[in-house]
Ligand binder design. Sequence first.
Ligand code: AMP
Length: 300
Amino acid sequence: MGIVVVGTVAYDSIETPFGKVEETLGGSALYFTVAASFFTRVGIVAVIGEDFDLGKISFLKDRNVSFDGLYVEKGKTFRWKGYYSYNLNEAHTLDTQLNVLENFDPILPEEFTRKDLLFLANIDPELQLKVLDQMKNVKFSAADTMNFWIDSKKEKVMEVFSRVNAVTINEGEIRELTEEYNLVKAARKILDIGPEHVIIKRGEYGVLVFEKSGEVFFVPAYPLEKVFDPTGAGDTFAGGFMGFLDSQGEIKRNLRKAVIYGSVLASYNVEKFSFLKLLEISRQDIDERYREFLNFCRVE
Ligand code: AMP
């Protein structure tokens, strides 16, 4: 049991129509880990600079998170600056500073290489491949990316996707990656290169899952009255999804439930800046909202 995640740990500066924050905690691996740690043990593989305040994430150690693969290097932590207009489904990047990420060589602790589940969160696809190559016996793997890497390393992104069981990607990015507007055709193009599941994240319109078998599964987003900051919703979704799968053991039978758990976690995350909301909720809150989700489409 246990998940390995590789991705970014970041200082984010974000502006939404409802507020602004400078240098708040973020990064794909961090959002994923906070969400997944509700369900299972997580080994985080990432790099931070000497400027990172580790004290701010030490609470994760009490949640069964291993920092043995978290490297501190000379230089500055990865930084991302973005904004959202009233279309909260689309993040606009203003600035990306790779900093210590530029020379990161992720060597996995021996214990991590034997974990069952692997999530390749949004990071340089060459680093995703390096981590994938070190894993000895993965039962289920999934990967994500974003336009920054599609623009600069498209072939590597495709190589990563061809080697995992599931791809999680947002709708704008799969259209860009496949050069296909129609999501059914876009998903088919990715399914054709390898993965069994393509999970398309559509912000307030929910999640569409396309299976190699031809099945389609759709989960709406939780109808929230207040969406404050969508940053990290995708990574939080993945954390809930993979975390729940790992806690259940059997993958196939639990995949749809896991998509709903991912949606539950993402719905909480957007209610506040950074992952602050996730620190206020309990496993019981998560299960209650899961039951609400089940009712959304139930017909007597
Ligand atoms: P999401 O909103 O789930 O797509 O992910 C948001 C997180 O992705 C932010 O916390 C950023 O720090 C991180 N991020 C932004 N750009 C990149 C990038 N090029 N590579 C990896 N992570 C990034």
